[in-house]
Design a protein around this ligand. Structure first.
Ligand SMILES: [Zn+2]
Length: 72
């Protein structure tokens, strides 16, 4: 019997993704009322398709935007 391992895994897993600009690992969640937002799901176009570009706060604040960035 693995004591508590299943429970611990459930509670601790945070989905992570990668900033499309600098490659930094960032949380995949983009909201849920968190105080410090680490991830920006910027919407732009890639190969003609509307795409969400996960972007870290540093790149966002540095002014990076995806191609054909959509303000929303
Ligand atoms: Zn970045």
């Amino acid at each position: 019997m693995a004591k508590g391992s299943a429970l611990r895994a459930e509670g601790n897993i945070t989905l992570r993704t990668t900033c499309v600009h600098c490659g930094k690992s960032i949380p995949a969640e983009t909201g849920y009322g968190v105080l410090e937002r680490e991830t920006w799901g910027l919407v732009g176009y890639k190969d003609g398709k509307k795409t969400v570009f996960p972007t870290c706060t540093e790149c966002y604040e540095a002014g990076w935007r995806p191609p054909e960035f959509v303000w929303n």
